[in-house]
Ligand binder design. Structure first.
Ligand SMILES: Cc1ncc(COP(=O)(O)O)c(C=O)c1O
Length: 416
């Protein structure tokens, strides 16, 4: 039996109890080894409540939304729109019209790059940082090719922190959009997002926040942040893959042309002229991932019941402990030592290639990510081809950090 939200409210933070809600977190791998899942920045495991909601829709209610008048379609539409209300509350948007469902962060950023981007022209500047995920670089490069805009890159320092002064110097009346990551997936850096947004607004630029990594680790209030757009993926928030959210201030979404054309995004279609649907449907062409959207709601309910104060305290404890333990390994190099970090630790073990580290750890049951983490400019900056990355979540414990450390010791022994 999985824990109900009411039960969650009653218990204080208890990683072991949470773990029991995530069947994958209690499984074994490689003939009986306990799985130590430390690849949460890639995707989180899913609690039963999320899978149950998805399965219930697929098995009992697999209907399309907004179109049918029959019982199943009405129930699916209610659940789909309830998920929108839930996202709206979760990020404290001013109106549900500001919540657009996409298939992920990447799709949400591409939507803005195409739609908002179509309002930009020759010489208009877009500012990103050197620590962006490829999905917050390539859409802007494509836009620059299409519209003659200029992409500017705010630098980072050797700790993996944004150099704020250099960022501010880059802003001018030519800056139209700043698109920046809140929490870096390869360095763990938590960016000073309020200052980034204030700087951009001071020159009249709009701001898109890539909250892919931030969304599961901290409370997000888009009105307090005053960001213009914000993107995240459900699968990094204990929800299903193939679902994401684009938040956009209503005034911007109204002014932007549709991105994809098709069913559901129209009010009327004639060959002479097509009228578009109202927000947010103008940006939701075609049949979306209905079951996935519906299952995002229990994921939000789940984290909300635990609460971000408790989540942050737990993850910061794991971060501090993991950083100390890994620092105890002679020859291990940490990549990303910002003052403000989420529970993501990138490292190199001596001269051993990160892929070898990842494979050896895997044999010990420790799942991490090894590679460039879709942040090749970060790797280039630190002059490494790849890093090993351990990323922690609500079901991880100090015991998992100890297992990581023991597995790293194995790597050291093998490459002595
Ligand atoms: C910071 C950041 N931005 C964007 C993305 C892209 O997310 P998705 O693949 O879910 O679209 C990721 C995924 O790892 C990420 O970590």
């Amino acid at each position: 039996m999985s824990t109900t939200i009411e039960q969650m409210n009653r218990v204080s933070f208890d990683a072991d109890r949470i773990r029991a809600d995530f069947p994958a977190a209690t499984r074994t791998v490689h003939d009986g080894r306990r799985l130590v899942y430390l690849d949460n920045a890639a995707t989180t495991l899913k609690p039963r409540v999320v899978v149950d909601a998805l399965a219930e829709h697929m098995l009992l209610g697999a209907s399309n939304v907004h179109r049918g008048l029959h019982y199943l379609s009405e129930r699916a539409t209610e659940a789909y729109e309830a998920a929108r209300d839930s996202v709206c509350d979760f990020i404290h948007a001013a109106a549900r019209e500001e919540i657009v469902f996409t298939n992920g962060t990447t799709a949400a950023i591409n939507l803005v790059a195409h739609s908002f981007g179509s309002l930009l022209g020759e010489g208009d500047e877009i500012v990103v940082s050197q620590m962006e995920h490829h999905s917050n670089i390539v859409p802007w490069q494509l836009l620059c090719e299409r519209r003659g805009c200029v992409l500017r890159v705010a630098p980072i320092d050797k700790n993996g922190e944004l150099i704020l002064d250099a960022y501010r110097d880059m802003l001018s009346d030519r800056t139209r959009l700043v698109s920046m990551v809140y929490v870096s997936n390869s360095l763990g850096t938590v960016n000073p997002i309020e200052e980034i947004i204030a700087g951009a607004h001071a020159v009249g630029a709009k701001v898109l926040v890539d909250a892919a990594q931030a969304v599961a680790t901290r409370a997000i209030d888009v009105q307090a942040l005053d960001c213009d757009f914000l993107a995240f993926s459900a699968h990094k928030l204990f929800g299903p893959t193939g679902v994401g959210v684009l938040y956009g201030k209503q005034v911007h979404l109204e002014a932007m042309p549709p991105f994809l054309g098709g069913g559901d995004m129209i009010a009327s279609v004639r060959f002479e002229k097509t009228e578009y649907n109202r927000l947010p449907y103008k940006f939701e062409a075609g049949t979306g991932n209905i079951g996935g959207v519906i299952a995002l709601k229990p994921a939000i309910d789940y984290v909300s019941a635990i609460g971000f104060d408790a989540i942050q305290a737990h993850e910061q404890d794991l971060l501090t402990y993991a950083t100390d333990v890994l620092r105890g390994h002679e020859g291990l190099r940490l990549i990303g030592t910002a003052r403000e970090k989420a529970a993501i630790v990138s490292f190199l073990v001596g001269e051993v290639h990160a892929h070898d580290v990842g494979s050896i750890l895997d044999q010990e049951g420790v799942a991490i990510r090894a590679g460039h983490h879709c942040t090749q400019p970060v790797m280039e900056f630190f002059e490494v081809p790849a890093t090993a990355r351990a990323s922690f979540s609500i079901y991880n414990t100090r015991e998992d950090v100890d297992a990581l450390s023991l597995a790293v010791r194995k790597v050291e022994e093998l490459f002595e």
